[in-house]
Design a protein around this ligand. Sequence first.
Ligand code: DNO
Length: 353
Amino acid sequence: MTLRWFGSKYDTVTLKQIRQIPGCVGVITTLYDTKPGEVWTREKIRAMKEEVEAEGLELSGIESVNIHDDIKIGLSSREQYIENYIETLENLGKEGIDLVCYNFMPVFDWTRTELAKERPDGSTVLSYDQEIIDKIDPAKMFEEMDANSNGFVMPGWEPERLARVKELFEMYKNVDEEKLFQNLVYFLNAIMPTCEKYGIKMAIHMDDPAWSVFNLPRIISNKENIQRLLDEVPSVNNGLTLCTGSLGSNPENDIPDMIRRFKGRIHFGHMRNIIHLAPGKFDEAAHLSSDGSLDMYEIMKAFYDIGMDGPIRPDHGRMIWGEKAMPGYGLYDRALGAAYLNGLWEAIEKSNK
Ligand code: DNO
């Protein structure tokens, strides 16, 4: 069990607090002052690792080493950015880090239409409504995310992206799903020898939500397209961040079934529950199964059955008890989520003995 941590400069949650969550042994973090395409130095990686270890936690993985848009678009300049990525991987490998989460979503990372929707119990959650997206200009979307994020810069919604949103849409205009898929395969084939040499597991994050947003191509969203990626680059180092909230946005995704099918290739788990309200419309929920539409017991059981040994983390939590933090990433509800997920795991483990 791990928790995502945004570093001492940006996070309201401290390593000391994280360490007090029962069963939480590590954090998932990244170098926040780097930009996609930049080489991470060993010194910076080591400093990050030492900071975490000094508090009695382990650095369980990186989320994310972001991919430069030129790689996703397939421009000739991608060669340089791939070289830089490889150098970063080498430096991570030399510092003993073996898990890298990333995504291959164009322009936007995850998308929501509301960051603090109030639920009947007074807690607030992130929510998504396709009808709103269909009426909104993508640049406006960026401004709204920014204005409602309690002053936090959220991952994937950095202001420098806002400044380029129109330009980015223009750049992606000839990139359809097939092209994006081929660009991903090209990138993975280029980095796999390095990943194999250092034992680094690449774990692609699911598209969130699990369908096309603003007509941008999305390729990691269901059983078929994920299987295709795993088959196309069969190295075990080409694996997944199985994100239940992202896949679960589409009720047709049978998550326990997908977990079983992708056995051996899931390197990292993001555990989150959501409530389906209508097609294309959902709210996030507490982790407890009965609070949402996903069966977290069945999901944890599937992880247990496949012998999942990579880190998992509670994903987005509700904002509760007056906490002021980055939407989705407060301490309280994620800690409740971790305790609950650990409880499920213990029960499943003992009933299987
Ligand atoms: C959202 C996160 C994503 C995730 C990236 C991985 O809360 O799960 O931003 O970190 O897609 O690169």
